[in-house]
Design a protein around this ligand. Sequence first.
Ligand SMILES: [Zn+2]
Length: 112
Amino acid sequence: MQQTCLNCGMSVNETMRSCPKCDNALNLQHDGSTITVDIAHQGERVSEALRKMQSEIDLARKDVAMCIRLVVGSGLIRDEVLLVLRDLEFRGDIKGFESEPFNAGAVLVKLK
Ligand SMILES: [Zn+2]
């Protein structure tokens, strides 16, 4: 699989961490965009929602988006998601996260 360096436009292998041409850190590049994913409104159990969240975050981290917006609803899923995100932040997998100020049912996760 190939990815494109957002700094110089060179096509590089997606396993590379920095661009061989301009030396930019590829895993930190983003285009400022936000991906929205609903993990709580198709009757998911808590464990299913958490699995879905993890795979979406893993996917998004390889992509160029800056943030992923998780729609988590207001119940148990939300509580568990916040716990897991705290752990991911501690491990450095994500940069940070916050509940949306006017919509507690969504959490904005900063990936890069
Ligand atoms: Zn480059």
